[in-house]
Ligand binder design. Structure first.
Ligand SMILES: Cc1cc2nc3c(=O)[nH]c(=O)nc-3n(C[C@H](O)[C@H](O)[C@H](O)COP(=O)(O)O)c2cc1C
Length: 330
């Protein structure tokens, strides 16, 4: 009897396929459809710290009288902040009553600010877990890698002080030592890491010499960069729970990430590009694969091809790249 049921951060899931945070998880209607499509859980669209700041600035600048009354500015700042957050809390409550799958709220943070207090409200609104989508682009030559890493740890610690629900941290590729960062996150209370976020990437318009955005959606080939790190991180830190994200477009990609050690996979671009039907196709592919290899549960093959569990860990490293090119130069 094949079972897709699994756990993630202590939450019981009917399968390891999650809808990752995006515009698709920003409406109750879509979340109901995602539940119907079969996802095991949903990560809500992030509440953006920057958005809250922009809302505050625009309210303040639209009211000239504020300059005359600085205390009015403080009032507006607090009111607007509370209002942006209140809408998000209402949204969590609404989603929780509309569906029965676990709901993971998400906050995008760039600093340890007083607004991380809202984590407590997010818990009270009924979120089953919280994903911290931390965004820190290392662009300052005078700031060490350790100092950049510390921002992640400080935000996590500050949120962890306020909530009892499990907290995960969603990270990007931009670290000099991903394993060390994940190790520190887990040591400081993260129940999981989501690897990796995908940022808007800049591009240039050669006709106008202006900035533009490159492709927002991922490609199926984007899977491989993340796959390497799932395998290595899981191999080096076997207890860590990884939510794999980026380039998971079909069942085979999901199976590969679980073989590398992912606890769950998060889908985003494929839901936009291929529709929600992709979830049941993935489930079917997972079952077919498990049947072929006589695996009864996802645990039976999770991490089977992680860095720790393969005969030659060098396959995860550069050595294989060198071999490939030397073979192809003959
Ligand atoms: C349109 C769009 C909106 C997104 N919004 C968020 C967001 O609010 N919070 C977040 O943590 N990630 C956000 N993401 C990132 C996705 O959750 C995901 O990590 C990333 O797209 C990689 O997965 P994919 O290859 O399946 O798209 C967004 C991605 C897209 C394409």
């Amino acid at each position: 009897m094949i079972k897709l049921a699994t756990t993630y951060m202590g939450l019981a899931l009917k399968n390891p396929i999650l809808a990752g945070s995006s515009g698709l998880t920003n409406s109750v209607t879509q979340i109901k459809l995602l539940e119907k499509a079969g996802v095991g859980a949903v990560v809500l669209k992030s509440l953006f710290e920057e958005q809250i700041k922009i809302d505050v600035r625009s309210v303040i600048s639209s009211n000239e009288q504020n300059t005359a009354y600085p205390e009015a500015e403080d009032y507006i700042r607090n009111y607007t902040k509370m209002n942006s957050v209140a809408k998000y809390l209402d949204y969590i409550r609404e989603v929780k009553t509309a569906v029965s799958i676990p709901i993971i709220a998400s906050i995008n943070c760039t600093s340890v600010a007083d607004w991380t207090d809202f984590a407590r409200d997010i818990e009270a609104a009924g979120a089953d877990a919280l994903e911290l989508n931390i965004y820190e682009m290392p662009v300052d030559r005078n700031i060490s890698a350790d100092s950049y890493d510390k921002v992640y740890i400080d935000i996590l610690r500050s949120v962890k002080k306020k909530v009892k629900i499990p907290v995960s941290v969603k990270i990007s590729f931009y670290f000099s030592n991903i394993i060390r960062v994940v190790d520190q996150l887990i040591a400081n209370g993260a129940s999981a890491v989501a690897m990796f976020n995908r940022f808007y990437t800049p591009d240039f318009n050669l006709d106008t010499l202006e900035f533009t955005t490159s492709e927002v959606m991922s490609l199926p080939t984007d899977l491989y960069r993340g796959l390497r790190w799932t395998g290595i991180v899981k191999g080096k830190l076997p207890k860590v729970e990884i939510a794999a994200s980026t380039g998971i477009h079909d069942g085979q990609a999901a199976i590969k990430q679980i073989l590398a050690g992912a606890q769950v996979v998060q889908l985003c671009s494929t839901l936009y590009l291929n529709g929600f039907g992709v979830v049941s196709e993935m489930e079917a592919e997972l079952k077919k694969f498990m049947e072929k290899w006589s695996f009864e549960s996802v645990n039976d093959f999770r991490g089977r091809m992680s860095y720790q569990n393969i005969k030659s860990p060098a396959l995860y490293e550069r050595a294989q790249f060198m071999k490939y090119f030397s073979d192809h130069q003959k």
